[in-house]
Design a protein. Structure first.
Length: 143
């Protein structure tokens, strides 16, 4: 027979161990590499958004809706780069993109998760390849 209270502690202890293990997996994931983000951008995004992310890619004139200038994301958002919203748009977390204007890149950007500083003291967890593209876009912002 077990001592009173010991059985109720076990589920809590298991939950703590699982939470810590999950945190270690994120902590051990590779850091996002800006050069990898630049390469992924050129591979997947430049055809529409242009090599400098100005919305002037080679297929842009053929599109019904012009691709936005990705260097002005923060400017259009009151000077704040909306990290999670950009990640959601690129990856496709929110489901299908509006009117299917942009392909979903989730199959190409999956991988181990990393924590990315969100600019307000917090962090966003996302696949490392997605983090590389998003942090690359963040580095391109201009006023």
């Amino acid at each position: 027979m077990s001592e009173p209270g010991k059985q109720s502690i076990r589920p809590f202890g298991v939950a703590v161990v699982i939470a810590l293990a999950g945190g270690l997996l994120v902590a051990c994931a590779p850091e996002p590499m800006p050069s990898a983000g630049a390469q992924a951008y050129q591979d997947y995004c430049a055809i529409c958004h242009g090599t400098r992310a100005l919305g002037d890619g080679p297929v842009a004139p053929e599109l019904d809706v012009p691709p936005p200038d990705l260097t002005l994301i923060a400017s259009r958002n009151g000077g704040v780069f909306p990290l999670r919203a950009v990640a959601d748009t690129v990856y496709g977390y929110s489901g299908k993109h509006e009117a299917d204007l942009m392909p979903e890149f989730s199959p190409l950007l999956d991988g181990p998760d990393v924590a990315v500083p969100d600019g307000s003291g917090g962090e966003e967890i996302m696949p490392v390849r997605l983090a590389e593209v998003v942090t690359y876009l963040q580095s391109l912002q201009r006023p």
